[in-house]
Design a protein around this ligand. Structure first.
Ligand SMILES: NC(=O)c1ccc[n+]([C@@H]2O[C@H](COP(=O)([O-])OP(=O)(O)OC[C@H]3O[C@@H](n4cnc5c(N)ncnc54)[C@H](OP(=O)(O)O)[C@@H]3O)[C@@H](O)[C@H]2O)c1
Length: 316
């Protein structure tokens, strides 16, 4: 199994990580505890040692609590990343920023308790809080590192200036932006900076919330509670263009003997600077299929065919 260094920490992670947002069950329909626990447990057999969660994944930390239950006494075999700085605000449970030093430290303590652990390997600032100077949020995570509750620091949803400011106040080991075949903005500045500073990029939405997993059909009817409907990628003409794009990927995938999801994740984890793709799943078969992206490489011709498909799809 391939494991990659997480920044300069000495920690090694699988290039496919389990994204533990869907199992929180907040905005993805059809989630149940039995499948969620089985999905996390499947990682042990699939060569996946990297779990990505957050304080706000669940109305009451369901994602972190399920990880505790599924991992049990195998804690030392997994690298857990969680995030603080966003919480759900009653009565509507809207996500709100809350990244003051006091809040970040309280959230971290609560996350450790839910996870049943005395430390997490990686703790991210989930998103900069417009009300709190970045230096203060970063300083709180540096304090958490000094206390041993957090082994390495990360930051998510930042532009390059914000990343630089975070790093000036707390040495960063990992950055977590969105990235997939259709969303490649980070290639112009975050990727070169991370490569230069030996910082890992652990990217979210590699399957664009299932769009690039190759299973959704053109006429798929999303239930009203499915949050994907709010993204233009899932609407009208954009949806049709994306389905055309997935059809082209399918041809390349079939020729290479892989599924669309495997092709997409393999491409993602071999892009320059990418340490890991955070792959969401709510059923064991999904993460089992996605883990089939590990252990092989696309040929030069296949990469060229994918780049041509991306080019002709155009920027969404
Ligand atoms: N830092 C941040 O602000 C941030 C934001 C978003 C996400 N994240 C992290 O990144 C992770 C990934 O994002 P995500 O979970 O939203 O989206 P994703 O990984 O792009 O897509 C996950 C969804 O794709 C579908 N899927 C997965 N594997 C599949 C397969 N083999 N075949 C068919 N469908 C498959 C499932 O949806 P269906 O079964 O419903 O089709 C699954 O819920 C999250 O779990 C979270 O850890 C972080």
């Amino acid at each position: 199994m391939e494991f990659r260094p997480l920044g300069k920490t000495g920690i090694r992670v699988s290039p496919v990580a389990l994204g533990c947002w869907p199992i929180a069950g907040i905005r993805s329909p059809g989630v149940n505890d039995a499948d969620s626990l089985a999905t996390i447990a499947a990682c042990f057999d699939l060569g996946i040692n990297f779990l990505d969660t957050a304080y706000c994944y669940g109305y009451d930390g369901e994602s972190e609590k399920l990880i505790r239950q599924a991992v049990g006494d195998r804690r030392d075999e997994v690298v857990i990343a969680t995030k603080g700085g966003i919480r759900l605000e009653p009565p509507d449970q809207e996500m709100v920023h809350d990244a003051s030093p006091a809040s970040l430290k309280a959230m971290c303590d609560e996350s450790l308790q839910r996870l049943g652990t005395d430390r997490v390997e990686l703790y991210y600032l989930h998103e900069p809080d417009p009300q709190v100077p970045m230096a203060e949020s970063a300083g709180a995570i540096r304090d958490l590192m000094e206390s041993g509750k957090v082994l390495a620091a990360g930051v998510s949803n930042v532009d390059l200036d914000q990343l630089r400011e975070f790093h000036a106040n707390c040495p960063v080991s990992a950055v977590q932006p969105p990235y997939n075949m259709l969303q490649r903005e980070i290639e112009k500045d975050l990727v070169p900076w991370c490569l230069e500073h030996d910082v890992s990029l652990c990217v979210y939405w590699p399957l664009m919330k299932g769009l690039l997993a190759g299973k959704l059909t053109r006429d798929h009817q999303f239930p009203a509670e499915d949050s994907r409907l709010k993204y233009t990628m899932f609407q009208g003409k954009e949806w049709q263009k994306n389905m055309d794009f997935v059809d082209r990927l399918r041809e390349i995938a079939v020729r290479s003997g892989h599924t669309v999801a495997q092709l997409v994740i393999n491409w993602t984890i071999h892009q320059p600077g990418i340490t890991a793709a955070l792959c969401g799943a709510k059923r064991p078969w999904q993460i089992a299929e996605t883990s089939g992206a590990l252990g092989w490489q696309l040929s030069t011709e296949e990469i060229a065919a994918i780049e041509e498909a991306i080019r002709s799809r155009g920027t969404p």
